[in-house]
Every structure is written in C-alpha cells, then in structure tokens.
Write a protein that binds this ligand. Structure first.
Ligand code: SAM
Length: 297
C-alpha cells in the first residue's frame, strides 16, 4: 500500500501504527517476541509505580492501552486510570467498560487536566516523541498530587546501533540517510535527540526529586531475509516513512536498490552468528514529586 493511500492526521497515525503497521512483515515468532518484550516493560513500569488499590493514575501517551488495562486492574476497585493520547484512533482501541478507565484526547505538553489530580503517572515510549520535554514534565508535575510518582520507560533511539556491515553504501550516503531519518516525521527530531541527561534535567527542573535511573539494553535480531525485508519496508514509528520509501523519495530508486542489496549481503555475512543484531539502550526512570512549586522557573 502506498504512503499516501490513507488520509490520517499526524496525531491519528499512532492508531494505525500501533494496531497494524508495527507488526507489518513480522512472523508469528517475531510477533510473540515483541508481545513478550512489551509485557515485560509494562510490568516493570507498573511495579516501579508501586500502584495500590484506590490510586488515580494517568497513563500519558496511552496509545491502545498497553499500560492502561493492567494499571486499572492494579488500582481496582476504587481507583481510576485516565488514558491521555493525542490520537483518538489509538484511544478508541481501549476497552473502557467495567473498569474505571477514562480516555482523554489531549497533548502531553498541555494536559487538559486540573492540578493535583493523580497519585501516579506512567508512560511507555512517549516522552521521546515530545517536542518540549521540559513542558511535558512540568505538566506531569502539575497534575501529580504531592508525593506523587512518575514511572516511565523510554528507548534511547539516538544510540540504537546495528552490526550490519553495509558494503557498497558510502559513509556520505549513510550520513544522508541518517539525516533523512531524523526528519521523517514531526516526532523523529525529538526522538533522535532524546537522551537520559536531558530527561533527568527536565524532571529536576519540573520539581521532581531523586529521579532513579536504570539504563539497560534491548536487543532484536533480523534472523531471516524476510526479516530484513520487513525491517526495510516497515514504518519505524507512527507517521514516519519506511527506510525504502524515504530513500526512494529523496535519493532515488537506484540508491534504494543498492541499499536493499547491501542489507541482504550483510545478512548473508551475519548468518553464522544468527543474523543482524540491533542494540537499543533503554531507560526506566522513577521520580517523585516534591513540595508544590509555583511558576515555571
Ligand atoms: C509508541 S506509542 C506508545 C503507546 C503506549 N504508551 C504503549 O505503551 O503502547 C507513543 C504514543 O504517544 C502518543 N503521543 C505522541 N506525542 C504525543 C503528544 N504530544 N501528546 C499525547 N500523546 C502523544 C502517540 O499518539 C502514541 O500513541
């Protein structure tokens, strides 16, 4: 299907990506591995949030509700979960019946929510998308009650690496492709510049105290030629172009053909070590809110 085949707003591209495009070209084993990884991350973020029955929770950038449903079970019967996302299409996937779940379409940098509403804010892979991390963390601090807690997981995509040796693609071409990737969607720029220090600085600036940071790595492998093709044709995040579409549009079909060939050749050379490995640093951060602050300081 072509890039422009469906008319969705940038905000609503998340619904389509989370429900369909993220899994495009993955075989059953790969889908199961991704589901398992997401469940592990979900559990770790929610455990770190120390959810208790009765808590009111904000799931920031809730998407289709990976954290929302599990959080709702943890705070039942009296607690609630407010699922905020800019994508109405993503929020429409969240099951709201029987549980105290409230979907709210809104921007993480300007939350349509009163001060001191929540005991906990949880987030997975959301802060990396935001153009103004400081504004978002000020908003999170504002809507938390005193002694509230933020628990977040974010991948540090700027430091994501692979071990494929792309013979035949020059360093200048690699640089040009990296530049294209970092402007391939409104979120690509913030995503490529997201790192741990700016995150913890923004948290401290917003009035959080004692951010606890646990950095680890996640590895994923392209273990068949089909995996390589799927990787090259899949959108890496909502609204972004696939590598093949991006390179074809900006550098031409000839460069794309050489790029695709280089990846498959790299896979042949990596086959005896199980394939091409991507390593992504990821960070779990918990931070509690101190005494109420006034102004934007
Ligand atoms: C990778 S998805 C993660 C969704 C969900 N947290 C999960 O774990 O599956 C990123 C989400 O952030 C949302 N998002 C991005 N920028 C946003 C903004 N400025 N305000 C609110 N939501 C935003 C997107 O719409 C998308 O649903």
């Amino acid at each position: 299907m072509g890039e422009q085949a469906e008319n969705v707003t940038p905000a609503d591209s998340a619904g389509r990506w989370l429900t369909r495009e993220r899994d495009a070209g993955r075989d059953t084993a790969d889908r199961a591995a991704l589901t398992g990884l997401l469940a592990d991350i979900r559990d770790r973020v929610l455990n770190a949030a120390r959810l208790r029955p009765g808590h009111d929770v904000l799931d920031l950038g809730a998407g289709t509700g990976l954290l929302t449903h599990a959080a709702a079970r943890a705070v039942a019967p009296a607690g609630s979960v407010t699922a905020v996302d800019q994508s109405a299409a993503a929020l429409a996937e969240i099951r709201t019946h029987r549980e105290r779940i409230r979907p709210v379409v809104g921007d993480a940098c300007h939350l349509p929510i009163a001060d001191a509403t929540f005991d906990r804010v949880v987030a997975r892979s959301v802060l990396i998308y935001l153009p103004d991390l400081r504004a978002a963390l000020r908003e999170v601090a504002r809507v938390l009650r005193p002694e509230g807690l933020l628990s977040a997981f974010e991948p540090v995509n700027a430091r994501r690496r692979h071990d494929a040796n792309l013979d035949g693609i020059t360093p200048d071409e690699i640089e040009a492709i990296d530049r294209l990737r970092s402007s391939s969607s409104p979120s690509a720029g913030p995503m490529m510049s997201f790192d741990v220090m700016p995150f913890t600085d923004a948290a401290l600036h917003a009035g959080f105290i004692t951010p606890a940071v646990d950095e680890t790595t996640v590895t994923e492998q392209l273990s068949t030629h089909a995996d390589v093709d799927a990787h090259l044709h899949r959108r890496p995040h909502p609204g972004a172009s696939s590598p093949v579409d991006l390179i074809t549009r900006h550098l031409g079909a000839g460069t794309t053909a050489r790029y695709v060939t280089a990846w498959h050749r790299a896979f042949d050379h990596a086959a005896d070590r199980g394939g091409i490995t991507f390593t992504t640093p990821v960070v779990y951060v918990t931070a509690s809110i101190g005494a109420p602050r006034y102004g934007n300081g």
